[in-house]
Design a protein around this ligand. Structure first.
Ligand SMILES: NC(=O)c1ccc[n+]([C@@H]2O[C@H](COP(=O)([O-])OP(=O)(O)OC[C@H]3O[C@@H](n4cnc5c(N)ncnc54)[C@H](O)[C@@H]3O)[C@@H](O)[C@H]2O)c1
Length: 270
């Protein structure tokens, strides 16, 4: 099926690895012109690998989403290299690196970095790219990678949960603000995806346990998935790629302001 994304500039932020990388691959396979942003300089290798595998134009910028200046410079540079952005995906994210139950285990000072990257990072990205979409005058989309944690008061990592809830609210704010320009804004919410971030949640949960109570990553993840997810299986990065290109396409022209859970049924909306 032709999703009509060919030659459209698509920006993926947090694309060096994990879910962001898979989304970048999906846009490249649709023939989009793809711009990757990550603070990890290996994002350039990722861009070269995706370009080689798909034949698409894929370029990269190294930038930290915490820096408004960095993000504006990356947005300006990518506009010059692949054209004004039409689709923007915010997939950068971090947890606190601590197990947060009860909440007093994560002191307020540890909240700042999590809020800076997840919340201010999303805000900086929207400020840097929205003017390009608006000036294009032909619609476009924003997509934010959020989390089930932002919808259920998860106790695992309170600053992360709060940041994800804020991202969902900001996504809805953009959906309303930008609708008159024909620009849509949505969120994808993963449950359990085998990535560096997911592994860091496991590592934090084991840190203070007595040796005898510790679990290896597959055992911990398997038990958690069976406990929380009706379908009882991992989600794969490629599933987010497939859904991201669908949401960017004209097939989704009436979908905005929505949080779509790809989580095996962990969170169900009425
Ligand atoms: N993996 C899961 O199980 C899971 C579950 C729920 C939500 N999520 C969300 O999905 C998104 C993608 O996560 P992932 O699992 O692919 O993680 P990941 O760690 O594999 O990838 C995250 C990417 O973001 C980049 N990044 C982090 N901080 C940055 C910064 N300050 N500036 C620029 N880039 C930065 C990293 O370098 C990395 O390339 C995140 O928003 C995460 O919160 C993941």
């Amino acid at each position: 099926m032709d999703l009509q994304l060919a030659h459209q500039p698509a920006i993926i932020i947090g694309a060096a690895q994990g879910i962001g990388r898979a989304i970048a691959e999906a846009f490249a396979r649709e023939g989009a012109r793809v711009g990757l942003i990550d603070r990890d300089p290996r994002v350039s290798e990722t861009a070269a690998e995706i370009a080689a595998a798909t034949g698409a134009t894929v370029v990269a910028e190294t930038a930290d989403v915490v820096s408004e200046t960095d993000m504006q410079a990356a947005a300006d540079s990518l506009r010059d290299r692949i054209g004004p952005a039409r689709h923007v995906v915010f997939a950068a994210g971090v947890g606190s690196g601590k197990f947060g139950f009860p909440f007093t285990r994560v002191p307020p000072a540890d909240w700042r970095r999590v809020l800076d990257i997840n919340v201010l990072g999303a805000v900086h990205s929207a400020h840097a790219f929205a003017p390009q979409l608006i000036a294009g005058g032909d619609g476009g989309t924003f997509l934010f990678l959020v989390s089930v944690a932002g919808q259920i008061g998860s106790q695992t990592d309170p600053p992360y949960s709060a940041a994800k809830a804020a991202q969902i609210n900001f996504m809805q704010c953009l959906a309303r603000d930008l609708a008159p320009h024909g620009i849509r804004s949505n969120a994808l919410s993963p449950g359990m995806v085998r990535t560096g971030l997911n592994q860091s949640v496991w590592a934090a949960s084991q840190a203070d346990l007595p040796e005898a109570d510790r679990q290896d990553y597959p055992t911990w993840a398997g038990e958690k998935i069976r406990r929380v997810s009706p379908l009882g299986r991992w989600q794969e990065p490629e599933e987010f790629g497939a859904t991201a290109v669908f949401l960017a396409s004209p097939l989704a022209r009436n979908i905005t302001g929505q949080t779509l859970n790809i989580d095996g049924g962990q969170v169900m909306h009425s």
